[in-house]
Design a protein around this ligand. Structure first.
Ligand code: R5P
Length: 297
C-alpha cells in the first residue's frame, strides 16, 4: 500500500498507480501550540507500506509529521515501512560546518529509525555521506537524466556548477548534453547568505544551464546568473531537482529573466501566478522503479 502525506497525495497516487498498489492517506491536524496530530487512514496490518512525503518547508513540521506516520504504521503492524522522501530536509547539515555545529541530518536518520523505518528512498541527496547516517537500506535515485533530457543538445551550451559541491552533478549533465562546463565558487558566511567568489570557464556567447540540487532562497542562482550575464552568456536556463522555494525565491528568480526553469515535483510548488519559464517534471516513474526495481511486492 502507498500512503501519501496530504501535500503530496498527487505524487503518491501516481506512484501507487505505477506499482499497481492501493492508495491510502494520512491526515495531519494541528493543535493550537503547533503540535501535529497525524492519523493513518488505512488498514496496514501485515502490509508492505510506502509512505510518501518530502520533509520540505516548514521542515521541522513535515519532518515530525513523517516520523509520527512511521510510528503509526509500525504500531498498526505494517509488515515493512519504506519512506519515499524525495527531498530530505536538513540534508545540508551533513557535516560539522563549524566547531560547535550539529549534524542535523544524522539526527533525522536516528529519528526515522527510532520510529521504526525499514528503508528510505530519496532523490539527489545533497551529500554522498547521508546514506551512511542510516543503518537501514537507503536507495537514492537521481533526477539528473530526467531534467537533462528536457534540454536539447547543442554546441553553444555550457553547464554551470554553482558551487564546488555541484561539480560532479554538473559533469553528468554536461556529458548527457554534450556541453562544456563552467564552475562557480561560493562561500556562505551566514545561513541564506551565499557569496559568489569566482566563476571559471568559457561562457561568453554561450547558453548557460545552471544546475543544482535545490533552490531555496534563490540567492545562489541569482549571484551566478548575474555573473554569467556580465560575462556575456546569451541565455540562462536552470535545472534543479528540489524546488524548496523559500518565500523570496520566486520574485528573485523571475527578476533574472531565466529562459527555462525545469524542476521536479519532489516538493509541492505552486507559483503565485502564471510563469511560462517554469516546467515541472514528475518523479513518479523514477520513484516507482526505485520502490520496486524487480517487480516484486
Ligand atoms: C548548497 O550547497 C545547495 O546545493 C544549493 O546551492 C543551495 O542550498 C541553494 O540555496 P539558496 O537558493 O538559498 O542559495
Amino acid at each position: 500500500m502507498v500512503i501519501g502525506m496530504p501535500a503530496q497525495l498527487g505524487l503518491a497516487r501516481a506512484i501507487a498507480a505505477r506499482l499497481d498498489l492501493p492508495l491510502g492517506h494520512a491526515t495531519v491536524a494541528r493543535f493550537a501550540d503547533g503540535e501535529a496530530r497525524v492519523s493513518l487512514e488505512a488498514d496496514v496490518v501485515g502490509q508492505a507500506v510506502y509512505l510518501v512525503g518530502s520533509t520540505g518547508p516548514p521542515v521541522d513540521s513535515t519532518l515530525m509529521a513523517m516520523a509520527q506516520l512511521i510510528d503509526a504504521a509500525r504500531r498498526a503492524r505494517a509488515r515493512s515501512i519504506t519512506a519515499i522522501v524525495p527531498y530530505l530536509g536538513y540534508s545540508r547539515s551533513d557535516h560539522m560546518a563549524d566547531p560547535g555545529a550539529p549534524i542535523a541530518c544524522r539526527l533525522v536518520a536516528d529519528l526515522f529509525q527510532a520510529a521504526g523505518l525499514d528503508g528510505l528512498i530519496a532523490v539527489d541527496l545533497h551529500s554522498p555521506s547521508i546514506p551512511g547516517f542510516f543503518s537501514i537500506p537507503v536507495v537514492e535515485g537521481s533526477a539528473i537524466d530526467l531534467l537533462a533530457d528536457s534540454f536539447q543538445r547543442h554546441e553553444r551550451r555550457v553547464v554551470v556548477a554553482p558551487d564546488g559541491g555541484a561539480i560532479k552533478r554538473a559533469s553528468r549533465y554536461a556529458a548527457r548534453l554534450g556541453a562544456s562546463m563552467a564552475v562557480a565558487m561560493k562561500h556562505r558566511p551566514a545561513p541564506d547568505a551565499p557569496k559568489l567568489l569566482h566563476l571559471w570557464g568559457e561562457v561568453e556567447g554561450r547558453e548557460a544551464l545552471i544546475v543544482d540540487d535545490m533552490v531555496s532562497t534563490g540567492g545562489t542562482i541569482e549571484q551566478v546568473a548575474r555573473r554569467l550575464q556580465e560575462r556575456g552568456a546569451t541565455a540562462i536556463d536552470l535545472a534543479v531537482t528540489h524546488p524548496v522555494m523559500a518565500p523570496e525565491a520566486e520574485d528573485r528568480l523571475r527578476a533574472l529573466g531565466i529562459r527555462r526553469m525545469v524542476v521536479t515535483d519532489s516538493l509541492p510548488f505552486e507559483p503565485r501566478a502564471a510563469w511560462p519559464a517554469l516546467e515541472v517534471v514528475s518523479l513518479a516513474p523514477l520513484l516507482a522503479s526505485l520502490a520496486r526495481p524487480h517487480g516484486s511486492r
